[in-house]
Design a protein around this ligand. Structure first.
Ligand code: PRT
Ligand code: ZN
Length: 223
């Protein structure tokens, strides 16, 4: 990658993390001129630009060096770290950001008397997080079939394509609406600032330090 003198931050274009992420950046004193295609936003005050993308693409964009930082759910970042392969640039969680809180949980049909993960032995579990689920099953010593679905995971038990699911839960309303209940928590998640483990060696390193300092100030005021 060529040395750059502007920092590029990837964030979700449209979704749960968009408004709180923009709000956080504004509190850090960053303002942006929105471009017409709304994919790239030029930073007006500081040399920090935004790339607006799908949340799932954020870790890959950082790993490829297209962006320097990203605001993304820990669930998406960790799944990338587990599934990207050994050659991918290792990413780190630079700061937890305190919004977008949820958990990645196993949920089972309401009538199932769930006592332990061992009851999942030989069952099929639908998820969009095969990496995180696979790691957890292995840690529990459970062998189960992992059915990877891109979305609408919660209807898999009703359709008969899975016996249980592993999905994000916030209020629990979606589970109740689908006659499921939360049985075990795999990961507590929130939005995080993700970045490479090593600071860029050009001006972006100084900018990143400045941004982290402001972020810490903003987060402290909130707490
Ligand atoms: O288009 P793009 O791919 O960018 O968006 P997306 O649809 O993949 O993501 P989005 O906006 O739904 O979520 C972005 C991030 O917000 C997630 O990766 C999580 O880190 C975080 N987050 C916080 C959540 C939730 N809460 C949440 N409740 N993401 C999803 N949900 C879904 C969940 O999948 C389930 O369908 O909401 C439902 C459960 O909510 P409750 O309140 O009924 O329990
Ligand atoms: Zn997504």
């Amino acid at each position: 990658m060529k040395p750059r003198d502007r920092l590029r931050v990837a964030m979700q274009k449209s979704g749960r993390l968009t408004e709180p992420a923009l709000d956080l950046l504004a509190r850090c004193g960053l303002t942006f001129r929105q471009s017409r295609d709304k994919l790239f936003c030029f930073g007006e005050g500081e040399p920090v630009d935004l790339l607006l993308v799908r949340d799932d693409d954020i870790p890959g964009l950082i790993a490829q060096g297209v962006c320097d930082l990203g605001i993304v759910g820990r669930n998406v970042l960790t799944e990338f770290q587990l599934t990207a392969g050994r050659d991918a640039e290792p990413l780190g969680e630079l700061r937890p950001l305190g919004f977008g809180r949820c958990r990645l949980s196993i949920a089972v049909p309401q009538e199932l008397d769930y006592q332990s993960p061992q009851q999942l032995q030989g069952r099929r579990i639908a998820t969009s997080y095969p990496g995180l689920l696979g790691e957890w099953l292995q840690a529990q010593g459970v062998e189960a079939g992992v059915v990877t679905l891109a979305g609408s995971v919660e209807i898999a038990p009703k359709l008969g394509t899975a016996d249980a699911i592993c999905d994000l839960v916030q209020s629990g309303g979606t589970l109740v609406a689908n006659q499921l209940r939360e049985a075990d928590v795999l990961l507590h998640s929130e939005a995080v600032l993700a970045g490479p483990q090593a600071l860029p060696a050009d001006e972006r390193g100084d900018l990143l330090e400045l941004l982290l300092k402001r972020l810490d100030g903003v987060i402290q005021v909130r707490e």
